[in-house]
Structures are given as C-alpha cells and as structure tokens.
Design a protein around this ligand. Structure first.
Ligand SMILES: Cc1ncc(COP(=O)(O)O)c(C=O)c1O
Length: 390
C-alpha cells in the first residue's frame, strides 16, 4: 500500500534514539535544548520552545497572546481542528475567514471584512496550508490595525520560505509561529511541537507554561521570605507563578527530531521534485488540477492536493478513494472545513458561510507525497488516477 504520507527513518535516527536511551536523561535534557537551538538558528528567530505536540504549541501560544474568555480568534476554515480548538481551550470565540481559492490559505480580503464586523479580536492564526506560506505582510497589517496578535500555524511549513527568502518561523510578521513534528509532517519526533518567537517576555511565559507555570530561567521569585535564607536561595524552593500545563517533550523525541532535522533540506528537495512530476502530469487534465500552483519553490510541500470536478467525472470521491485503495494507493481529504464539524455546528457555524472553503472541500483529494515515494510508484499513482478519471 502506498500511503498518502509517511515518515522516513534511517539508521542514524535509530542510533540517535539509542544514544539518548544510553545517555541517562529521558525527559527534558540536553537534546531538547539542542533541538530548540537548531530550529531557532535555521528559521532565524531568537527563541524556540519545544513542547509535546503542535496542539500544545497552539494552546500555549494562544494563552501567551492573551486569548481568554470574551475575546475572539480568527483562523482558516481549511485546517486541522487544532488551529481553532486552541481558542476554545482558552474560552475564546472562534471566527473563520474564508480561504483564497488559489492558495487555499486564509484570504486577506475575507479577513479584512471579518475584522470590520467584529471587535475584541485577540489573535489571528493563519495556517500555511500544505506548506504554502500565507500572505503574511497583508495579514500582519490587518492584525496591527485591529490590535490583534498573529500566531502562524506552520504545522505544515517547516522549511518553507516567504517571498523575501526568509524562513517560515522567523516571526518577522507575527508574534509567534508554531510547528508540529507528527510523523506525517516535514520531520518526525513521534509527537512533538515547537513555538518560535522574538519576544523575550513571551518566551519566558512559554517556558513556564509548558511546565506547570513554575518559575524557570532567572524568573524573579515572588515570596522572598520563603525563597531565601542566610542570604541565599533555598535549595528546594520553587514557585508556581501561573496556572501552567505539563506539555513537556522528552529527550527521546528530541534526539529523533534532531537527527531528522539534519535531513530536512533533502526531505524538502525530494518532495519538490515529486511535486514537479505531479504538476506536469496533471497540468493538461480536463477535470482535475493541482490545488496550489503558486510559490512552488517556497512551499514546504507537506501535502499534494488535487482538485477534481466530481460533477464532471464518472466517479464520486468515495468511489475514487475506494478504487485507489483497491489499487494499493492511499488518499485522504485535507480538510473537512472546521465549521462543518458537529462541535462547531452546535456553536452556530454554517458551512455555507465559507463558500470558497466549501467548494474546495467538495473537490479536494490528497494523493501520496513523501520522501520515500519512488518514481515508479509515483508513475503508478498518476496513471491509476488518470485511468479512473478518464
Ligand atoms: C494545520 C495543523 N495545525 C496543528 C496541528 C496539530 O499538530 P499535532 O498533531 O502535533 O498536535 C496539525 C496536525 O495535524 C495541523 O495539521
């Protein structure tokens, strides 16, 4: 079976995990810090905080941005539910700005309209869908006018670059950026996430809140009489200063992530080559085309999505996916629009309010894209799809 996505593990990755297991520190240790430092240097940002998942990263980032009850957060309807749920964890309302049909990213025009009609928006969470960077300068400008902070959801976009060549994660147009290291993402940690920021106060908050809200680094202690005796800090003493969480990542995960990270550029370059083959193969088809054809050299290429006009072909999407599966080819749909899920419908959301997202959803199909996909396998994917659609 050729899956739609898959991690690549080699002997260096296995050795990296063995080394951690032999090294004596299993939870937060030197590998966590080394991984944070490596990612921060690579994306060109001051601070990076590794956490247990991309979802945890979104939650902590939303809290650090001040998202709370009676505030709202705007995100894209075409994303994984975690991007919106982060706001709900903080008790805030969610608003969805419809997508741009060319990029499948949040449309700055839809965002502008939403910001005109709503107040008290604390954060905007654009999602770099499938690794294609959003129009961050437009989004940042709108956010500034609305006095909202920007948190980039770059779960799909480690290794992607903006039009000016800087890497996603550098936070030049945002307060924070989050990444995910779930196995189908650019690099695998088993599970894992990260938040990057250039703001020291935010960084300190994030470091505390990933570990119960207990003081970290050189945070000032608040209860001096209990903290100090004989002119020195009491050796046992620590303070829980905010309500935090246990969102720590382990050294085992970061050992793997660091080893994977050293291969990121080759992972992306292989994905880019595969994308070029797909783009060529599907360019001339009548009822089927690549969903995102812009910024091919800048995308992280997390997913390859086709748009298929199912009204004009002989198969429904369900039939096509089942026939592909019978031929040993995995496929998926990214994503069911978040407002269409039962939880969000109960909150009053209606999918017809996001026409671009709805149209995209009716046509989308993700086909296999991963480092180990061979040219022969890719040819089989292409010819099977062409045969089934013709
Ligand atoms: C766009 C997006 N944001 C956030 C997440 C959450 O990441 P994680 O699975 O690491 O919690 C995902 C994961 O699939 C995602 O695709």
């Amino acid at each position: 079976m050729i899956p739609y996505g898959k991690h690549h593990i080699d002997k260096d990755d296995i050795q990296a995990v063995i080394d951690i297991l032999r090294g004596g520190v299993l939870t937060q240790g030197p590998a966590v810090e080394a991984f944070e430092k490596a990612v921060a240097e690579y994306v060109g940002v001051k601070y990076a905080v590794a956490v247990s998942s991309g979802t945890a990263a979104l939650h902590l980032a939303a809290l650090a941005a001040g998202v709370s009850p009676r505030t709202s957060v705007v995100t894209s309807p075409i994303t994984f539910v975690a991007s919106a749920n982060a706001a709900r964890y903080c008790g805030a309302d969610v608003l969805f700005a419809d997508i741009d049909p060319e990029t499948i990213n949040m449309s700055p025009d839809a965002l502008r309209e939403l910001l005109l009609r709503n107040s008290n928006i604390k954060a905007i969470i654009p999602v770099h869908f499938a690794g294609l960077p959003c129009d961050m300068s437009a989004i940042k400008k709108l956010a500034d006018d609305a006095r909202a902070l920007v948190i980039e959801d770059a779960a799909h976009a480690l290794g992607a670059t903006y039009p000016n060549g800087r890497r996603v994660g550098c936070c030049e147009n945002s307060s924070m950026t989050i990444f995910s290291f779930h196995p189908v993402k650019a690099i695998a940690a088993g599970e894992g996430g990260m938040i990057t920021t250039n703001d020291e106060v935010t960084y300190r908050k994030l470091i505390r809140s990933r570990s119960h809200g207990i003081n970290k680094l050189d945070d000032a202690l608040q209860f001096e009489t209990e903290a100090f005796s004989d002119g020195e800090q009491n050796p046992w003493y620590y303070e829980m200063q905010d309500l935090g969480f246990h969102y720590r990542i382990t050294d085992i995960q970061c050992g793997l992530a660091l080893s994977q990270f050293s291969k990121l550029d080759s992972f992306i370059s292989r994905r880019r080559d595969l994308v070029k083959n797909y783009d060529l193969a599907f360019a001339e088809m009548k009822n089927c085309c690549p969903a995102q054809i812009t910024m091919r050299d800048q995308s992280g290429h997390h997913l390859y999505v086709l748009r298929i006009n199912f009204k004009q072909v002989a198969l429904t999407r369900g039939q096509l996916m089942r026939r592909l599966k019978e031929s040993g080819i995995g496929s998926q749909v990214h994503y069911i629009p978040v407002p269409s899920h039962p939880y969000y419908r109960q909150l009053g959301f209606k999918s017809e309010n996001y026409p671009n997202a709805q149209k995209y959803y009716q046509e989308a199909l993700t086909i296999p894209l991963f480092y180990d996909l061979t040219e022969e396998q890719q040819r089989r994917v292409i010819s099977t799809i062409k045969d089934l659609l013709d």
